[in-house]
Ligand binder design. Structure first.
Ligand code: HEM
Length: 187
């Protein structure tokens, strides 16, 4: 879920003090075009989610124990991610009351993604074979939750690239700025 404005071309390094921002949305860069700490956190957290999800999906590669603990960790990161973007959720939900618009579509994709990922993690916990038994909890065997886990993992897999594509300009813009910016280097 992304709550960020897309960075435009922005000021030339060291040339301007103007922040790249949409009205009523948090800026991506601060003074001198440096990437804000909050934007960096968003970016790396998103990257972490993507890598963790890809690994969690590759059950044959990770093995069941790593799969389960990784999936549980992913649930925690997802919660942080959602908390960080809560302002965006509120803003766009208000906008949903107005007709049409790209933001409406983005909101729907994000909502579906949130639901499918949450269901995937929850159903995974309900069919846990290693993590929960290690904690002394034996979940009852259920083919319903197993099927749910399989389906929501696939739905999530389809939605993740759409989610990233809808914010592609933001991702490329921040990645480019991070590639040229070095902490402590005056620009
Ligand atoms: C977003 C996170 C997750 C993704 C993308 C994911 C994905 C998958 C996929 C693709 C499969 C294979 C399904 C199949 O072969 O039919 C699977 C199986 C499984 N997952 Fe997950 N999973 C996630 C989280 C979890 C969590 C949190 C747990 C438990 C704590 C878990 C436990 C299991 C179990 C027990 C299986 C069945 C393994 C087997 O059939 O031997 N998963 N998962």
């Amino acid at each position: 879920m992304t709550g960020r404005p897309e960075p435009g071309p922005g000021p030339a390094p060291g040339a301007s003090e103007v922040a790249v921002a949409e009205p009523a949305a948090p800026p991506v860069t601060g003074r001198r075009g440096r990437v804000l700490a909050r934007t960096r956190l968003d970016f790396w957290l998103d990257a972490l989610l993507l890598v963790a999800y890809t690994l969690a999906y590759s059950l044959g590669f990770t093995g069941i124990a790593t799969h389960e603990w990784l999936g549980i960790g992913l649930g925690a990161v997802l919660l942080i991610h959602l908390t960080l973007h809560w302002d965006w959720v509120i803003r766009t939900t208000r906008k949903l009351l107005r007709p049409g618009g790209r933001e409406r579509f983005i909101w729907l994709v994000n909502l579906l993604l949130l639901l499918s990922m949450t269901l995937c993690i929850a159903s995974g916990i309900l069919i846990s074979e290693v993590a929960l038994p290690q904690l002394g909890i034996i979940p009852p065997a259920s083919s319903f939750w197993r099927q749910m886990h399989d389906t929501t993992a696939t739905v999530t897999l389809i939605l993740v690239p759409i989610h990233a594509a809808l914010r592609w300009r933001w991702i490329v813009g921040v990645a480019r700025r991070l590639a040229v910016w070095r902490p402590g280097r005056s620009r």
